[in-house]
Design a protein around this ligand. Structure first.
Ligand code: HEM
Length: 348
């Protein structure tokens, strides 16, 4: 058993952890370990949205996928799809870099910049967006329910931890974030100003906004475990995700997308995730520890873990970042007014 906070980021606490030193979690969990010289990662959510079906959205994202294979491209990317509350097919490539410099070299290439700036982007009947986050290692945490497979930013890691102590209780997420040793990471008073109306909008970031990608992989579940996931967990998860997408503003959630992984041809893969951006980490904590949907899936998960004698085939993971305003790039081209942060910040 070890601390989720890596040795090189531990420091004397000025803020108490929620769990005591002799706390023992009720089931195991692991975190991704990064080299000490990985001080910052880049998560780029490059999306397209359109009416007219998945195949149109897949065609629209092809140029973006082509750009990802240019030099200095990401170490890894995933493709995912959902239909948003307004009925638009949305496909996102989620790309990860393990440092800022290669991302900047990649994104500043003319093949990338000229494509985004081209007036043609406004005439194709497609919306494009890029929501890019640059969290520092001390404001970022991961969690995996099984030790056999990484997802998302974890794929940038060098190794898996031993079983970690800080999980299985409300507040574990905060305790795993190294900065929480000394920083409350509370609401930043400099809330973003309303963006200028237009069909190309760059929205200023909100200081200390919290981003979560919380994923589920049920591809290898069988029998009773599969049945429990599909009939007891997934429908409740779906209801929680709908709540955040449609009424999230009431609980400090700027946007939420409940997405399913797809392959390059658009074929669904049995993996999904909720992706949401919140005003603060505390808003996210409040929802997860109080909303009936998350409480229900949390309870079912605890039951299934014990029923399956801690040998789960269902893989859960999440990655959470608390990002400063200047560590966010939020850009929308030809998107509808409820896309991403546009909904919360007042859309054109
Ligand atoms: C099948 C789906 C899900 C299940 C079974 C599930 C279950 C859990 C469990 C067991 C924990 C405690 C983890 C630990 O510390 O060991 C947890 C924490 C958490 N979950 Fe979920 N969850 C699911 C999906 C989601 C989604 C989509 C979100 C998106 C907002 C979310 C938000 C959170 C947050 C923020 C925490 C951390 C709470 C804290 O440590 O204070 N979960 N969840």
């Amino acid at each position: 058993m070890e601390s989720a906070i890596p040795a090189h980021l531990r420091c004397p606490r000025s803020r108490a952890a929620r769990a005591s030193d002799d706390y023992n979690p009720p089931y195991p969990a692991w975190v991704a370990r990064f080299d000490a010289d990985t001080t910052q990662v880049v998560m780029a959510y490059l999306g397209v949205q359109c009416e007219g079906g998945l195949s149109k959205a897949m065609a629209a994202i092809e140029p973006l996928l082509g750009q990802l294979s240019l030099s200095h491209g990401p170490r890894h990317y995933d493709l995912a799809h959902y239909v948003d509350a307004q009925g638009y097919d949305t496909v996102i490539a989620i790309a990860y870099w393990d440092a800022l410099a290669p991302y900047q070299q990649w994104t500043q290439q003319s093949a990338v910049t000229s494509w985004w700036q081209s007036p043609t982007r406004l005439t194709e009947g497609v919306g494009y967006f890029r929501e890019v986050f640059f969290p520092h290692a001390e404001r970022f945490e991961t969690l995996f329910s099984t030790p056999d497979k990484f997802e998302g930013a974890g794929l940038l890691a060098t190794r898996l931890s031993d079983e970690i102590r800080e999980h299985g209780y409300w507040g574990g997420m905060r305790d795993r974030i190294p900065a929480s040793q000394t920083d409350a990471m509370g609401a930043d008073t400099a809330v973003a100003t309303r963006p200028e109306p237009g069909r190309r909008v760059i929205v200023p970031g909100v200081g200390n906004a919290a981003l979560i990608r919380s994923g589920q992989d049920w591809g290898e579940t069988q029998g009773e475990e599969r049945q429990l996931y599909l009939s007891d967990i997934e429908p409740v998860l779906g209801a929680g995700m709908d709540f955040l997408e449609q009424k999230g503003d009431a609980v400090g959630c700027f946007y939420n997308r409940y997405m399913q992984h797809i392959d390059r041809t658009g074929k669904p893969i049995e993996k999904s995730f909720g992706l949401s951006l919140w005003r603060t980490l505390e808003h996210m904590e409040r929802w997860s520890e109080s909303h009936p949907t998350h409480l229900a899936i949390f309870g079912t998960f605890m039951r299934v873990v014990q029923q399956m004698n801690f040998q789960l085939k269902l893989r859960l993971y999440h990655e959470v970042s608390v990002v400063r305003a200047e560590e966010q790039h939020l850009e929308y081209v030809n998107c509808h007014p409820d896309t991403g942060v546009l909904r919360a910040h007042g859309a054109p």
